[in-house]
Design a protein around this ligand. Structure first.
Ligand SMILES: Cc1ncc(COP(=O)(O)O)c(C=O)c1O
Length: 427
């Protein structure tokens, strides 16, 4: 890869450089294992002296091509793919956080991440404090404890669609000497590269825009390689690892310490490995990501503007609209577009919401975002129906809320479908 390549070129070319007669695109290496000629070769592999593959739970050539491409696109030093976005978040945190330790996270998170932080990590002895990302710096800093290990937030909150104040979050992380971990799923590296705005680690649900075609569940962790693990707070990276015959990660691997530890310790032990076929599809997805994100963003903005002036709509939430509280911040951090997801309030509340969702024809009822095909969801009657109305409102789900993940179809076809569904919802 050339260091000067722009993001569009990295999306197409990075991560795989075939030699003469090798396949033009990375083949699906559907093999658990690899063959060697000598005990010495295997010993050197297990001593991490050679970069070759040992076992597909730990690494695989097809997965390596995907990892190389996403690392290049995010501007990181290395990446590790996982079997889901949830696995990426879990491993990114567990890699540097143990029982008795603590995480500070923005409260505006994807529901699955919120549940992981509020319910599952505490069962492992890891407490998480949630902070209002719009709160003052001092308030966020007050949530820190001596045992806090990282600060976590999303570039574009799901489903609130608030754009993160990177300047504030990165300065807090720097002052508190912890890494800033960012879930960049909704923005993707085409629209925002958190490592350029002070983040240290980036994670993705590759299931969304990276795949882009609703074929595979997966995730990835990208390491910026700049965090100072030798600040005295991260002995697991600087002191000998008893599970790896005394290896000291920082001493042995320098800027790659975090991501190599994640692989040879956590992926080895937990095994949340992507299938090579899925890595192949994620690699393909990345190739066209810049083009798709341009169209997703343009279509979502056009639909948001249309909805804003429609009489059956009471409010529209999309950070690309001048009326959105994150609009100025979006211009700073998302100058190329605000991605494809928007929410709006339909007049007539719950009943109209169900009617609208069922009347959509092109825009399909699907519990997903980030697909090339437009999808719609009325959370109050579907994903959040087990919650009471009070609990739904606390989760940001009002009875009138509709979410649309705007696809890359022709905008006029999307507008026509939404228009007829709005009319049906009011009858
Ligand atoms: C922002 C965000 N992060 C993480 C996840 C979890 O990803 P996965 O479903 O791939 O486990 C999701 C899933 O919707 C998401 O929207």
């Amino acid at each position: 890869m050339s260091e000067t390549w722009r993001i569009e070129t990295r999306a197409v070319q990075s991560g795989y450089d075939p030699k003469p007669t090798e396949p033009r695109i990375p083949a699906i290496c559907q093999s658990t294992t690899y063959k060697y000629d000598s005990a010495e070769h295997v010993a050197r592999l297990f001593d991490l002296e050679l970069p070759d593959h040992m076992y597909t739970r730990i690494s695989n050539p097809t997965t390596a091509a995907f990892e190389g491409k996403i690392a290049a696109m995010e501007g990181g030093v290395g990446a590790m793919a996982t079997s889901s976005g949830q696995a990426a978040t879990s491993l990114a945190i567990l890699n540097i956080t143990s029982a008795g330790q603590h995480v500070v996270a923005a409260s505006t998170l994807y529901g699955g991440t919120y549940s992981l932080f509020a319910n599952t990590l505490p069962k492992l002895g890891i407490e998480v404090s949630f902070v209002d990302p719009e709160g003052p710096t001092e308030e966020i800093m007050q949530a820190f404890r001596p045992e806090t290990r990282c600060l976590f937030a999303e570039t574009i909150g799901n489903p609130g669609l608030n754009v993160l104040d990177f300047a504030k979050f990165s300065s807090v992380a720097q002052k508190m000497q912890v890494p800033l971990i960012i879930d960049n799923t909704f923005a993707t590296p085409y629209l925002c590269r958190p490592l350029e705005h002070g983040a240290d680690i980036v994670i993705h649900s590759a299931t969304k825009y990276i795949d882009g075609h609703a074929t595979s569940v997966g995730g990835v962790i990208v390491d910026g390689g700049r965090f100072n693990w030798t600040n005295g707070r991260y002995p697991e990276l600087t002191e000998p690892d008893a599970s790896y015959h005394g290896l000291r990660y920082v001493e042995a691997f320098g800027p790659l310490a975090y991501i190599i530890k994640a692989r040879v310790q956590y992926m080895r032990d937990i095994g949340a490995t992507p299938a090579p076929q899925n890595s192949f599809l994620f690699n393909h997805g990345l190739t066209t990501l810049p083009l798709r994100m341009e169209r997703h963003s343009a279509n979502a903005l056009a639909l948001a503007r249309f909805l804003e002036s429609h009489p059956a709509v009471s409010w529209v939430n999309y950070p690309g609209l001048e009326s959105h509280p994150s609009y100025q911040r979006a211009r700073t951090y998302l100058p190329l577009g605000c991605s494809g997801v928007l929410t709006f309030g339909i007049k007539g509340g719950h009943e109209a919401g169900v009617k609208f969702m069922e009347a959509c024809k092109l825009v399909a009822l699907v519990v997903h975002v980030g697909d090339a095909r437009s999808c719609v969801l009325h959370p109050a009657s579907t994903t959040h129906r087990q919650l009471s109305e009070e609990q739904q409102i606390a989760a940001g789900v009002t009875p009138d809320l509709i979410r649309i993940s705007v696809g890359i179809e022709h905008i006029d076809d999307i507008l026509e479908d939404v228009e007829q569904a709005l009319a049906a919802s009011q009858s």
